[in-house]
Design a protein around this ligand. Structure first.
Ligand SMILES: Cc1cc2nc3c(=O)[nH]c(=O)nc-3n(C[C@H](O)[C@H](O)[C@H](O)COP(=O)(O)O)c2cc1C
Length: 175
């Protein structure tokens, strides 16, 4: 199975989760993990499963303004490093520009604050909605992975990401 994991990340957490998800899929899957900036214009006809993730910003998917505000936060905080292309177009822009895709399986994830979902919101549901709209076949419920107030992945979330990747790959082979 050919798998493309596409991630958007400002401070590196969604990147880490994307890598763990890809690793969890095991040797049976041919996995590429790419930044969203690397997949603009890429055809998806050679892919069986696409997994898309991004950080939750203002209860949903990031926008130009929220990415700029994350960059400002990183400039003020010596502990935060910005990912390459962090301020470039995000998953929203990539997905909104995609044409119709037939027969490709998909799943969505996000990173968000470690607090009740009703307070934090979640980017993954917006990603899943867009994937469905473009004709992807969702094989798993959207999933969130948690970061703490200092923007570090909560302990154990990397392991959970690998387990989720394994479960998503298994679900995709059953469809
Ligand atoms: C501008 C901005 C808005 C944010 N809004 C939310 C939010 O509404 N809910 C939430 O759970 N986390 C929010 N966060 C925290 C992000 O979800 C967190 O920084 C992100 O998951 C880290 O992923 P990354 O390291 O891949 O950028 C926000 C962060 C930024 C920079």
């Amino acid at each position: 199975m050919r798998v493309l994991v596409v991630y958007e990340s400002m401070f590196g957490n969604t990147h880490t989760v994307a890598e763990r998800i890809g690793a969890g899929m095991g040797a049976g899957a041919d996995v590429s993990v790419l930044r969203v900036g690397e997949v603009f214009g890429r055809e998806l006809d050679d892919v069986d499963l696409v997994v898309v993730g991004g950080p939750t910003h203002v209860h949903g998917m990031s926008r130009t303004m929220t990415r700029a505000s994350a960059a400002e936060q990183a400039a003020k905080d010596v502990e935060l490093d910005l990912e390459p292309d962090a301020e470039g177009p995000g998953a929203r822009e990539w997905l909104d520009g995609l044409g119709h895709v037939d027969g490709v399986r998909a799943a969505a994830f996000d990173t968000r604050a470690d607090a009740p979902e009703i307070i934090t919101g979640h980017a993954s549901h917006g990603i899943a909605k867009r994937l469905r709209k473009h004709g992807f076949e969702l094989v798993a419920e959207p999933e969130s992975f948690l970061v703490d107030k200092q923007n570090h992945l909560v302990d154990g979330e990397d392991v959970r990401a690998a387990e989720w990747g394994e479960a998503v790959a298994a679900a995709a082979t059953m469809v």
